[in-house]
Ligand binder design. Structure first.
Ligand code: NAD
Ligand code: DAU
Length: 348
C-alpha cells in the first residue's frame, strides 16, 4: 500500500526539513503538507521541492475539523506526522491561549479525525513530534529519559505535555496506532530568528545588542535540525507503536558559552577583529519560569534504532552561520513586518 502522509507544520523550521527529506527520499509516497502559514510558517523554506510530483501543499488550520475530514478523505491519508504548533516559549508567556488552541485543541482535532477515519485499522500511524520541555527542568546533573515524570512550567511546555497525553490517551482508549518523540533544542537553516541562535547571528551581523536572559548559565542540549529529521524518518519507519523516543544531541551548552562561540565564529567569518562581537553581549531581565537545564538521554533511540547525531557543535554552528549569511534575503523577509514590533516589545 502506498503511503499518503499528512505532515502538519511543514512550512516551519523543523517541518520543512522533514518534508524535504521525505519528498526526496520516498518518491512513491504522497506527502501532503498542511500548514496555516502563521508568522512562523514560510513557503520560501520549501522552494526547491515545491513542484515535486509527490508533494502537495494545503494552507489550513489543524483546528478546522471539517478541513481535516476533507483532507483525510481526499488524499486517503494513512499516516500523520504532526509538527504544527505554536513553538516559542516567550510568546507563550504573553499569549498563552494561542498555544492552548493550536497545541492542545489542534492536536485533539487531528487525533479525532484519525480515529474516525481509520476506524481501528492497524496499517496506519499517528506520529506526534514533541519536546523535552515537557519534563520540566534539571539541576546540575542528570538526564531526561523516556521514564522521567512530566513537569512542564511554561504555557508552551504545558500545552505540549497536554498534547502528548492526548496522543497516549487515544492509543490506550481507541487503539489508535501512535508513536511519539521528545526532542531537545534544534538549530540550523530556516529557524525563525526569535529563537536564540539565529537571533544572535542576525544581531552580530547588524552590530545590535546580544540579549542574554538572567545570568546566562541556563543550559540547553543542541541538535542539528537535519539530525532531528533523520531521527523522525527512522522512528516513523521503525519505531514501535505506542512507544516514545527521546532525541538529543549529547551536546550541552550554557547559553553564554554558546553565544561566545557564535561571537568568535562570526568575527572570523566577517573578517572583524576577534573579541568585537563579544562586546555586544548584554545581560537582560530573565524569562519568567525559565527552566535551568535540559539534557537528553538518547540511549533508547540509539540502541533500538541505531540513531546518533552526525555533526559536532563547531561544524554545526559554522554551517548554520554560513546559511544565514548566504540567505540574507530570507532573513530580511522574515524580520520585516510583524516581527519588528515583536522584537521591539520583547527587548524594549
Ligand atoms: P515553527 O514555529 O518553526 O513551525 C511551526 C509551524 O506550524 C509553522 O509553519 C506554522 O505556520 C505552523 N502552524 C502553527 N499553527 C498552526 C495551525 N493551527 N494549523 C496548521 N499549521 C500551524 O516550529 P518548529 O521549531 O519547527 O517546531 C516544530 C515542532 O517540533 C513543534 O511541535 C515543536 O513543539 C516541536 N519541537 C521543536 C523543537 C525546536 O527546537 N524548535 C524541539 C523539539 C520539538
Ligand atoms: O528544548 C526544546 C525546545 O527548544 C522547543 O520545544 C522549543 O520549541 C524551542 O523554541 C526551544 O525552546 P527554548 O526556550 O529552549 O529556545 P530559545 O531559543 O527561545 O532559547 C534558548 C535559550 O536561550 C533559553 O535558555 C532562553 C535563552 N535566550 C533566548 C532568547 C530568545 C536568551 O538568553 N535570550 C534570548 O533573546
Amino acid at each position: 500500500m502506498s503511503k499518503n502522509i499528512l505532515i502538519t507544520g511543514g512550512a516551519g523550521f523543523i517541518g520543512s526539513h522533514v518534508i524535504r527529506l521525505f519528498v526526496n527520499s520516498y518518491e512513491d509516497y504522497n506527502i501532503v503538507n498542511l500548514d496555516l502559514l502563521t508568522y512562523a510558517g514560510n513557503l520560501e523554506n520549501l522552494t526547491d521541492i515545491k513542484d515535486a510530483p509527490n508533494y502537495t501543499f494545503v494552507k489550513g488550520d489543524i483546528c478546522d475539523a471539517d478541513l481535516m475530514d476533507q483532507l483525510f478523505e481526499e488524499h486517503q491519508i494513512n499516516a500523520v506526522i504532526h509538527l504544527a504548533a505554536e513553538s516559542h516559549v516567550d510568546r507563550s508567556i504573553t499569549d498563552p491561549l494561542s498555544f492552548i488552541r493550536t497545541n492542545i485543541f489542534g492536536t485533539a482535532t487531528l487525533l479525532n479525525t484519525a480515529r474516525k477515519y481509520w476506524k481501528g485499522r492497524e496499517d496506519v500511524l499517528f506520529y506526534h513530534v514533541s519536546t523535552d520541555e515537557v519534563y520540566g527542568t534539571l539541576g546540575e546533573t542528570g538526564l531526561f529519559t523516556e521514564a522521567t515524570s512530566y513537569d512542564p512550567r511554561s504555557p508552551y511546555s504545558a500545552s505540549k505535555a497536554s498534547s502528548d497525553h492526548l496522543v497516549r490517551a487515544y492509543y490506550h482508549t481507541y487503539d489508535l496506532p501512535v508513536v511519539l518523540s521528545n526532542c531537545s533544542n534544534n538549530y540550523g537553516p530556516n529557524q525563525f530568528p526569535e529563537k536564540l541562535i539565529p537571533l544572535i547571528i542576525n544581531n552580530i551581523k547588524h552590530n545590535k545588542q546580544l540579549p542574554i536572559y538572567g545570568d546566562g548559565k541556563y543550559t540547553r542540549d543542541w541538535l542539528w535540525v537535519k539530525d532531528h529529521a533523520e531521527a523522525i524518518d527512522l522512528i516513523f519507519h521503525q519505531g514501535a507503536v505506542g512507544e516514545t523516543y527521546n532525541i538529543g544531541g549529547h551536546n550541552e551548552w550554557k547559553n553564554i558559552d554558546l553565544v561566545e562561540l557564535l561571537c568568535d565564529l562570526m568575527d572570523e567569518k566577517l573578517g572583524r577583529p576577534q573579541g568585537e562581537a563579544r562586546k555586544l553581549i548584554t545581560f537582560i531581565k530573565d524569562r519568567p519560569g525559565h527552566d535551568r537545564r535540559y539534557a537528553i538521554d538518547a540511549a533508547k533511540i540509539q540502541d533500538a534504532l541505531g540513531w546518533t547525531p552526525s555533526l559536532n557543535t563547531q561544524e554545526g554552528m559554522t554551517e548554520t552561520i554560513k546559511w544565514y549569511l548566504d540567505n540574507e534575503q530570507w532573513m530580511e523577509n522574515v524580520t520585516s513586518g510583524e516581527y519588528q514590533k515583536y522584537y521591539d516589545d520583547q527587548y524594549a
